[in-house]
Every structure is written in structure tokens, then in C-alpha cells.
Write a protein that binds this ligand. Structure first.
Ligand code: GUN
Ligand code: FE
Length: 426
């Protein structure tokens, strides 16, 4: 197969030095880890034919990394008419109430993971609901499929329906118990997950900070500066805070392994703080368009040294596909008079995401020693793609067309730790 190995951020390094493309390549895997990649003619001589899987005509890329998604919102994608705060009240909270039923949560978790692997996503940072068992269900399903996943229970002690509220103390205790059960179990990690500033009191955020001090390698996952009405509300609820990020910062939540979804409207002050602490923003293109939240200034934010991953943000996002998500990212950049190179797009949903999550020692590209999570792409998956590809010369051009026209149909197979976990034609 053809192999595309990403080495560096194409926006920082020269484009040519940011990747390695091998037209007739081979990936050597042992015990679920990458051993080497190279030219088929060089490496195949060392191997017995029986252990080689032929994928001629396909393109192999690293597994996709979704740095912000809500599994409980799988069944509300495409909810009509509202921007963020009304969308939460009218669609999201009623659906999340259904997760009080463990069996309902189990059904949706299974649907969610089916969608992820069908789209080539092998790692994600995932919201549960306020219910502790929503996270047990999530990790149980992730473990079954041997995926590297990060998740957490929502903390929410005000401004939501009573059925979805915890208290600072129960939120703390439940999170602690989940961390003790799941964090660093195999490929799983825990994220302390206050929903966003408006639905937590200072007391709750303080206890979230306490958890992070007690478990320094646990993640922090929340939302930040997504929508203008939301931002005004945060300012009214926390009149003493300098800005939105400061609400979290005061409680020690801005740190390495903290991921803030959206950040569409963050000022340079907040960027400076994100950059110096090593926290990341999850850019969520389809969600920002669908909820009318705004155009994320990717270049401006990255220039200030902020780590950026990409998220689908399902169910405000409209697709599980990281490929479709980058097609929308391209359009968001176009509306701001900027370009988004397709190699940069692929970098963002693989190695860039891994760096945002501090997982680039384990996943994100094909460096020897990393876990062998990868996706086998079919550049001729649809009639239109086949026709259009005839006109493509460079790998860059093919990748761009793939992202512009592609969806889950381009994912032939998804591999986790060197084993197939999804195949499109079976
Ligand atoms: N802000 C607070 N909760 C949510 C959510 O569920 N989705 C999005 N997009 N933004 C949020
Ligand atoms: Fe979200």
C-alpha cells in the first residue's frame, strides 16, 4: 500500500520535510506496535509471505484522533434551529436525562463506537453524562475494542434540569471512584469533566482542581468561549474573573492535559495563558458552523503557541468523520481569507491531536515503537472520487480531494494495535 507518515507540523516546518510518502510501502508490526516502515522492495525480503497483508491500491494513514466529542449526543445530531444555550435546553439536556437508564447508555455507547471505527477514529476525548455509570459503560465498550480512549463523568451542579445535577461532593466522589477503576487501565485514561463554567459553582470547580492535584496525569476536559451569549453569561456569573479562561484558571484547571473545546472567541490574554501552561484547544469546525458559533481563527491562535487538536463535537457537530470535519475546517479558513493545506489537515487529526493530548509518544504517526493504530483508505471509494482522482497528480492534491469529497465510505479498514477492528465490506 501507499503509506503517509507525518513527521512535523507542516505550518511550522517546510512542507517537504513535514511528511514521508511511500508509494509502494510496507509497515512492519510486532505485538501491536510499529517496528518499521519503508519501501516494500527493501523490507519484504526479510519476511515470510504468509505474514504480509496486501493492501495494494490503498493509502494507509495513522488512526484519527478526535479531541472533543460527546457519546451521549449520538442520537441528537442534526437538531434543528437553535444556537448553543437553547440547543442545550431543548435537545441536549432532555437526551442526557435518558442516560439515567444504564441499558440505554449501553445501547448508545455501542452505536457511538460503531460510528467511530467506521470513520477511522481510533482515539477520542469523550464526554459522558452526569451519571457515573455512563462512564463505566463507555470504558467497558472501549476496552472491548482495544481502543485508546479518554473519558469522564460530567460535573454539573447548577443551571440544568434537576435530574442532571450532582453536587460538588458527589461529583468529586464519583469522579474519584471512576479514576481509581479506569484511569491507566490498559489504554484508557480519565478526564475530569466540568461541562462548562455556567453549570458549575466555584465550589465544584475547586474540587475539580483538587482532583487534578491528587492525580496529576489525569486530563481536564471542558468547553470555553464558544458562543457570544454564553460568554456574557459567564461574565455575569463570575463577575470577579478577568475572562472566561480565568474562571477555570483560578481553580488550577489550566495545565498540561487540559483540553478546552471551541475557544472560538478567546482573546490574546487567554491564548498566552493556554500557551504557557501547555493546555490545548479543540477546534470543532462542523459544530461551530452548525450552531452558528463563529469562525475559529486557527492561524492566529497557533501563532501564539497554543496547542490545537480537532474535534467533531458530535452531537452539535454534524459528522463523526474527521475527514469531513477537515473539509469544513478548510471552508472556515476560506471565509477568513486563509488557506489550509491538506497535509496540515491530516497532521491536525493525527500527530497534532496526539500532541494536544500528550500522547505523541504512543500514537499519531508511524514512528517505531508506537502503537499500531491506522486506517486503510480507499481513494476510489465512490464513483465521483474515482473520476476525480484521475485528474490528481501529487499526494497533496489527492488528499485534498479525498477530504473534500470523502466521508465514511473512504475508510476500508480500521486497525487497533495491529489488529483489524473494522472492515467496510464485511
Ligand atoms: N457547552 C456546554 N455543553 C455543551 C455541549 O454539550 N456541546 C457544545 N457544543 N457546547 C457545550
Ligand atoms: Fe462539546
Amino acid at each position: 500500500a501507499a503509506l503517509l507518515h507525518l513527521l512535523e507540523d507542516p505550518a511550522k516546518e517546510s512542507l517537504e520535510q513535514s511528511y514521508q510518502y511511500i508509494d509502494d510501502g510496507i509497515l512492519l508490526i510486532e505485538d501491536g506496535h510499529i517496528v518499521a516502515l519503508g519501501e516494500y522492495r527493501d523490507l519484504s525480503t526479510q519476511l515470510d509471505d504468509s505474514v504480509v497483508t496486501d493492501m495494494s491500491g490503498k493509502l494507509i494513514v495513522p488512526g484519527f484522533i478526535d479531541t472533543h466529542i460527546h457519546y451521549p449526543q449520538t442520537r441528537i445530531i442534526g437538531a434543528y434551529g437553535d444556537q448553543l444555550l437553547d440547543w442545550l435546553n431543548n435537545y441536549t439536556f432532555p437526551e442526557e436525562c435518558r442516560f439515567a437508564d444504564r441499558q440505554y447508555a449501553e445501547e448508545v455507547a455501542e452505536e457511538f463506537f460503531d460510528q467511530l471505527v467506521m470513520n477511522g477514529t481510533t482515539t477520542a476525548l469523550v464526554f459522558g453524562t452526569v451519571h457515573k455509570h455512563s462512564v463505566d459503560v463507555f470504558f467497558t465498550e472501549a476496552e472491548k475494542r482495544n481502543l485508546r480512549m479518554i473519558g469522564g463523568k460530567v460535573l454539573m451542579d447548577r443551571n440544568a434540569p434537576d435530574a442532571l445535577l450532582d453536587t460538588p461532593e458527589t461529583g468529586y466522589e464519583d469522579s474519584k471512584a471512576l479514576i481509581d477503576t479506569w484511569h491507566n487501565k490498559g489504554r484508557l485514561s480519565y478526564a475530569v469533566t466540568p461541562r462548562f463554567a455556567p453549570t458549575s459553582t466555584d465550589d465544584q470547580l475547586a474540587l475539580a482542581g483538587k482532583l487534578l492535584r491528587e492525580y496529576p496525569d489525569v486530563y481536564l476536559h471542558t468547553h470555553l468561549s464558544e458562543n457570544q451569549n454564553e460568554i456574557e453569561w459567564v461574565q455575569a456569573l463570575f463577575p470577579d474573573s478577568k475572562n472566561y479562561l480565568d474562571v477555570y484558571d483560578r481553580h488550577g484547571l489550566v495545565k498540561p492535559r487540559a483540553v478546552f473545546a471551541h475557544g472560538v472567541h478567546v482573546c490574546d490574554d487567554q491564548c498566552g495563558r493556554l500557551a504557557e501552561t501547555g493546555a490545548a484547544i479543540a477546534f470543532c469546525p462542523t459544530s461551530n458552523l452548525f450552531l452558528g458559533s463563529g469562525l475559529f481563527p486557527l492561524e492566529h491562535i497557533e501563532k501564539q503557541g497554543v496547542k490545537v487538536g480537532v474535534g467533531t463535537d458530535v452531537g452539535a457537530g454534524t459528522s463523526f468523520s474527521m475527514i469531513e470535519t477537515m473539509s469544513e475546517a478548510y471552508k472556515i479558513m476560506q471565509l477568513q481569507g486563509k488557506k489550509l493545506n491538506p497535509l496540515k489537515s491530516l497532521y491536525q487529526i493525527t500527530l497534532g491531536g496526539a500532541k494536544a493530548l500528550y500522547l505523541d509518544d504512543k500514537i499519531g504517526n508511524f514512528t517505531a515503537g508506537k502503537e499500531a493504530d491506522f486506517v486503510v483508505l480507499d481513494l476510489q471509494a465512490t464513483d465521483l472520487l474515482s473520476v476525480r482522482m484521475k485528474n490528481c497528480q501529487s499526494v497533496e492534491e489527492k488528499l485534498f480531494v479525498l477530504m473534500t469529497l470523502g466521508d465514511e465510505r473512504v475508510v476500508s479498514q480500521t486497525y487497533s494495535m495491529g489488529s483489524p477492528i473494522y472492515s467496510r465490506d464485511s
